[in-house]
Write a protein of this length. Structure first.
Length: 332
């Protein structure tokens, strides 16, 4: 028996044309505004560096916070290997205050993608000694949650100094999420009182290649260590109820092109991908109710496909809000 869906969210990558990057960023902000009007509980943005997608989600969400009043705003996820934890803690708290306490920062650890190619630009003097382990995340957690960052506080001349990162935003420390694809990540997030983002990618660490079964093991492991923590599932979901014939053909071709990677674990890390969910809201709801991991969560951030057009996102979000959400038991 599936839980009734309590929180309905969506995730976008925020692609843009290099010749007109402002238009793409504006499109993302318009989609977030639409999400609020449609009654979504949360909007999440991905994070991309040296690509044509949002590279500064915190800045984009600062803008979104001034165009919306209710919807929660999240990052899924900020790879912490690109960030200084103290500076990021300052930015997150600032945007959280500006949003009225609506920020949900999703984060992950590990070396930056294609690190050998970017380390000279990113960390020219320290690339060989940078720590990309969970300790980097622990530093961020401590700063956001008000642990001292320095031994000095007080007045020096005309300047007043704090020993904690400023500003401090009450409650933000409880709204930090870890984006994880492994049992170890699920356990670590739970032990450190983070929330847990699970997506359409998991690590097949055992012999099982059943995506839902593996994802369910992550959810249960997290709950063992943090029963009160929030869990959000981020599958790619594309309802076609109000789509034109041309849109339906595009969506089906997109999913079919990506289907072969779901047949078996990929690469040395044995990454396993979920199939995309394309069909009417009734059809998708039926498939999700049969999904072992979905049956144990009550919060989602359905991922919008990377390469679609603005009008496609409008149609997909409208169908999710007005048809799929109710079919999954969600009541605004």
């Amino acid at each position: 028996m599936s839980r009734s869906l309590r929180k309905l969210g969506f995730l976008t990558i925020g692609l843009f044309d290099a010749a007109d990057p402002r238009r793409g960023h504006e499109s993302t902000l318009e989609i977030i505004e639409l999400g609020e009007r449609l009654g979504f509980d949360s909007a999440w943005v991905r994070h991309r560096h040296l690509q044509y997608g949002i590279s500064s989600p915190v800045a984009v969400l600062a803008a979104a916070s001034q165009r919306t009043s209710r919807i929660e705003l999240g990052t899924a996820v900020i790879p912490l290997g690109w960030e200084n934890p103290l500076r990021l803690a300052e930015d997150l708290a600032t945007v959280d205050l500006l949003s009225g306490g609506r920020l949900n920062p999703g984060l992950s650890v590990g070396p930056p993608m294609r690190y050998d190619e970017v380390k000279g630009a990113l960390y020219p003097d320290t690339s060989d000694v940078e720590d990309f382990s969970y300790d980097r995340m622990r530093r961020l957690l401590d700063f956001v949650r008000g642990e001292p960052a320095t031994e000095f506080s007080g007045t020096a001349g005309f300047e007043v100094f704090s020993d904690r990162v400023q500003p401090q935003s009450p409650g933000l420390g409880d709204r930090l999420w870890y984006g994880g694809a492994s049992l170890r990540s699920a356990e670590w997030a739970g032990r450190h009182r983070m929330n847990f983002l699970t997506s359409s990618v998991v690590k097949a660490e055992s012999e099982s290649t059943d995506f839902a079964e593996i994802q369910l093991s992550h959810i249960r492991t997290f709950r063992e260590h943090h029963p009160a923590g929030r869990i959000s599932q981020g599958l790619v979901v594309i309802p076609t109820d109000s789509a034109t014939p041309e849109q339906r053909a595009k969506y089906e071709a997109y999913a079919e092109k990506r289907l072969p990677r779901t047949a078996a674990p990929q690469g040395p890390a044995r990454m396993l991908f979920s199939p995309d969910f394309v069909g009417t809201s009734a059809e998708i709801a039926g498939r999700l109710h049969e999904h072992a991991a979905f049956r144990e969560i009550d919060e989602v951030a359905f991922a919008l496909p990377f390469t679609f057009d603005h009008e496609d996102y409008v149609q997909i979000l409208t169908d999710i809000a007005e048809r799929l959400g109710p079919a999954l038991g969600r009541r605004p």
